[in-house]
Write a new protein. Structure first.
Length: 223
């Protein structure tokens, strides 16, 4: 055990944890952006945007994230080669962020949609009575309230993404899980490296959960 947890190996695992946080953080950021626009399409009065958004969310939510990750890692470069005749040189980390962002965006879009619909319709009527346009009412009245209600669920989504970042190991991303597997293969002992990785995941998610509970307490007090 002492031979496994050397300073170099610990540094390697910590760097892997940093990559996991990097993937989770950017995936959440881009997932929020994707989710916002998809939610707007799903709430649109026009049929075509609603149809496209619904098909998108059903496909993403109805297929495994690992399959989507493999699609971007194996299929997209192949299609790019067929169309352009050139290889597609993209980092596995970037591909992981793209795939996980799209997956997260589908779920976040439903979060945004349901949260917006949960706002009392009377506020829309009150805004119209004041002579405000739908766009102004939505931007100034509905969205600020909806965004506050999404803070806690988005924090929980971040916890999920930290764990889901481990899927990047399937395409060679040296994140926390892959780093522990590499160390295990070098020392012919996977028990302690995997336990160490599990502990690191637990620490990261517990820290995020701690701040989530703080936010939840503040939200409930101010509600």
């Amino acid at each position: 055990m002492i031979d496994i947890f050397t300073s170099d190996n610990i540094t390697f695992i910590v760097k892997g944890a940093g990559v996991s946080l990097l993937i989770a953080s950017f995936s959440l950021l881009f997932g929020i952006i994707i989710g916002y626009f998809v939610s707007q399409m799903r709430l649109s009065e026009k049929k075509l945007p609603r149809y496209i958004a619904n098909v998108f969310t059903e496909i993403i939510r109805g297929t495994p994230m690992l399959l989507q990750l493999m699609f971007f890692y194996l299929v997209v470069p192949y299609l790019y080669l067929e169309v352009t005749g050139n290889g597609l040189d993209v980092s596995p980390v970037v591909l992981s962020i793209i795939a996980i962002s799209i997956n997260s965006g589908a779920y976040i879009s439903e979060l945004f949609r349901s949260t917006i619909l949960s706002i009392d319709k009377g506020q829309m009527e009150a805004g119209k009575a004041l002579g405000l346009s739908k766009k102004v009412i939505f931007k100034k009245i509905i969205m600020p309230q909806a965004m506050i209600r999404t803070i806690i669920p988005l924090a929980n989504e971040y916890v999920t993404l930290i764990k889901d970042s481990s899927l990047g190991s399937a395409i060679g991303v040296v994140e926390l899980l892959q780093a522990s597997k590499i160390i295990g293969s070098v020392h012919y002992n996977y028990v302690y490296p995997l336990l160490g990785a599990g502990l690191m995941y637990l620490i990261m998610t517990l820290v995020v959960s701690f701040f989530t509970r703080k936010l939840e307490g503040k939200y409930l007090v101010n509600a």
